[in-house]
Design a protein around this ligand. Structure first.
Ligand SMILES: *Cc1c(COP(=O)(O)O)cnc(C)c1O
Length: 362
């Protein structure tokens, strides 16, 4: 196999060790003679995976006991609908703090289908003309059922490291792309949702961590498969779960624990992103349009000063085994996703490539 450096935003690179173990166990899990994809979700073997993965997730994120963990389907988009169905009464309203593409999608889903969503535009330009998160705009309105935000905007490369004070109004967050990249205080949130495919495993599964007192408020017509209370009661086995994705998440959680947990990963992610942004800031060939304090540690979005070189940049990179650098279709430019699984060598290789490309075209 030729060496490839994978900077796709999701599905994305998984740890080499995790991929190897999954490969080894694919046709014979733990001496059962069958693979995970061939095994009942009600088997003792799968039950152990389900229980241990929840225990590991609770340990890694230090999840308080009054929070439920639900393994479900439908992706981030499914949760954009599940959130209002579970938390917003028909005559209620919710505050959406929009900082980029995904929080805007969540706002639209709620507002167009489920009821009153109040849009708060929470980005601005700083004194240098770079995008910045304006936390002063994150104010809840009286009577709101919840406030919503996305902590890492995967498309825009904007990460919110500060939380707004929402008082008694539960704060619901999408952490699809930054979950387990840094420690968080779960008790600050009403619910956290994340799809596996941005950092934790293959696509197919979404995890919801929700405070118990927020369960049981779903609208009467909420489909059972989206009703958090129902899914929690069935221990995420109301229907057949995505067993393979769940198992891969389990391997990933074990890998994170073996490295020293989320705090260790945060250190690595700070070092990796600093290397990349420092290079960009010091070059006169590449630009970051995000204010330094709000730059994502895992989705580094940048542009070439001369955008006519975009195709050439991508093509030459691919020829050298650097793939997935093209920015999201709504934004253009470039994006290097450097999640937990990406070792620092992957960033060194990228910076070296960027230097060589700049030297050749300056
Ligand atoms: C990718 C992504 C989504 C959408 O996830 P799907 O599983 O494709 O629905 C939502 N939010 C964030 C932050 C994402 O990165």
């Amino acid at each position: 196999m030729t060496k490839v450096w994978n900077y796709f935003a999701g599905p994305c690179m998984l740890p080499v060790e995790v991929m190897k173990q999954a490969q080894e166990e694919f046709r014979d899990y733990n001496g059962t003679g069958i693979g995970i994809v061939e095994m009942s979700h009600r088997s003792a073997e799968f039950d152990a995976i389900a229980k241990e993965s929840e225990a590991l997730l609770r340990e890694l994120l230090d999840i308080p006991s009054n929070y439920k963990v639900i393994f479900e389907q439908g992706g981030g988009r499914g949760q954009f609908a599940a959130i209002p169905l579970n938390l917003l009464p028909e005559d209620g309203h919710a505050d959406y703090f929009v900082t980029g593409h995904w929080s805007r999608c969540a706002y639209k889903e709620c507002n167009e289908h489920f009821g009153k969503a109040i849009l708060h535009e929470c980005t601005d330009l700083d004194a240098n003309g770079q995008f910045t998160v304006d936390y002063s705009k994150m104010k809840v309105t009286p009577g709101a059922s919840y406030a919503y935000m996305c902590l890492n905007e995967t498309v825009n490369g904007i990460e919110s490291f500060t939380l707004p004070d929402t008082g008694d109004v539960p704060l619901i967050v999408d952490m699809s792309s930054d979950i387990m990249t840094r420690p968080i205080d779960v008790s600050k949130f009403g619910a956290i949702i994340f799809g596996l495919q941005k950092n934790v495993g293959p696509a197919g599964m979404t995890i919801t961590i929700v405070r118990e007192d927020l369960l049981g408020k779903a609208r009467k017509y909420t489909p059972s498969i989206m009703n958090w209370d129902n899914l929690a009661k069935f221990d995420s086995m109301f229907n057949t779960p995505c067993t393979f994705s769940w198992y891969m998440a389990y391997l990933n959680f074990k890998w994170i624990k073996s490295l020293g947990g989320v705090a260790e990963l945060e250190k690595r992610n700070i070092a990796k992103s600093k290397m990349l942004y420092d290079y960009i800031d010091n070059s006169d060939f590449y630009i970051s349009k995000i204010s330094p304090k709000d730059r994502s540690r895992v989705n580094c979005v940048f542009t070439l000063k001369d955008e006519s070189l975009n195709d050439e940049f991508i093509k030459t990179a691919k020829a050298q085994g650097l793939i997935g650098l093209k920015g999201h279709k709504v934004l253009g430019g470039m994006r290097a996703s450097i999640y937990n699984a990406m070792p620092i060598e992957g960033v060194e290789v990228l910076v070296k490539y960027m230097q060589e490309f700049a030297a050749k075209h300056s």
